[in-house]
Design a protein around this ligand. Structure first.
Ligand SMILES: Nc1ncnc2c1ncn2[C@@H]1O[C@H](COP(=O)(O)OP(=O)(O)O)[C@@H](O)[C@H]1O
Ligand SMILES: Cc1ncc(COP(=O)(O)OP(=O)(O)O)c(N)n1
Length: 277
């Protein structure tokens, strides 16, 4: 048997709910061999982020080099990148012609409010990394921060997707998890030709820690398996819905999603629509 392999380049969450830990749990659950290159350590739990400790640039470069020069990967995901120096390192690998499909989750700030990317590195991420990505996966605050467009309507989100696509990724996925006062949540995938809408009921829970990381990691795993972008997003949306629906109280704050939920869940109510540009 040949393993399907995926690499995550991201920060470590000591609490185990987001970052590298969420990514590796997701890869394992989907039977994808997971590897990691750590950009920064965070001291983090369900209440918040108590400390951020970047890995040296030398250490980051060496981790990626070690993994890719020997084991290789069928798809790669980025999460917390911390600053421009670390973005430059990832971009120096990503620009190589044989680099695997890259999914960029443009992590900027934790839900608890701690910056995970330096403000001045935002532009570098957009200009240096997005052109190498098959997909970028901003949530609503990230999409707004990168475009200065308020994502308050469907029309605005479509405009945001169009603008973000100009940075050169093959597709843009605007996640709707931060939609307030909604019964349903819609994620919008745009590839320049079509808008795909993925809608599910909004699960009423405060235990949403790690949803974005888990979603992007599942997309990466399905991409590594060879699924089309549309099919990878659909399957990942089902995976994260199931994980959210079984999130339990761990710690005293926002608990993590439960990555093993898909083992016993019977599907998920995800609707899909498509619209031509
Ligand atoms: N309360 C919820 N109910 C159902 N799905 C959710 C909920 N919150 C987030 N999601 C889904 O989880 C995924 C991650 O979205 P989001 O929470 O916006 O990302 P992030 O964690 O980066 O802020 C998306 O597929 C989104 O639709
Ligand atoms: C180390 C680390 N990386 C990323 C995040 C953000 O996680 P995400 O799943 O996007 O969202 P929240 O868990 O913050 O809602 C993180 N917290 N830590």
């Amino acid at each position: 048997m040949t393993y399907t392999k995926a690499l995550t380049i991201a920060g470590s969450d000591s609490g185990g709910g987001a970052g590298i830990q969420a990514d590796l749990k997701t890869f394992q659950e989907l039977e994808v061999y997971g590897m990691s290159a750590i950009t920064a350590l965070t001291a983090q739990n369900t209440v918040g982020v108590q400390g951020v400790y970047p890995a040296s640039t030398e250490a980051l470069h060496a981790q990626i080099e070690s993994v890719l020069s020997d084991i290789g990967a069928d798809a790669i995901k980025t999460g917390m990148l911390y600053d421009e120096e670390r973005i430059d390192i990832v971009a120096s690998f990503a620009k190589k012609s044989n680099f695997p499909p890259l999914i960029v989750d443009p992590v900027m700030i934790s839900t608890s409010g701690t910056p995970l990317l330096k403000e001045e590195a935002k532009q570098a991420m957009m200009e240096k990394l997005f052109p190498h990505a098959v997909l970028i996966t901003p949530n609503i605050p990230e999409a707004e921060a990168m475009t200065n467009i308020s994502a308050s309507s469907l029309k605005a989100r479509k405009d945001i997707a169009r603008e973000l696509l100009t940075f050169g990724s093959e597709a843009v996925l605007i996640k709707g998890g931060h939609e307030e006062d909604a019964d349903e949540i819609t994620d919008i995938l745009f590839d320049g030709a079509e808008f795909h809408y993925f809608t599910s009921p909004k699960i009423s829970t405060s235990h949403t820690h790690g949803t974005g990381c888990t979603f992007a990691a599942a997309i990466t795993a399905y991409t590594a398996m060879g699924k089309s972008m549309h099919d990878a997003v659909r399957a990942a949306k089902i995976f994260v819905y199931q994980a959210l629906s079984r999130a339990e109280t761990i710690g005293s704050g926002a608990g993590p999603v439960y990555h093993a939920a898909h083992r016993t869940a019977e599907g998920a109510p995800v609707k899909m629509e498509v619209e031509r540009e």
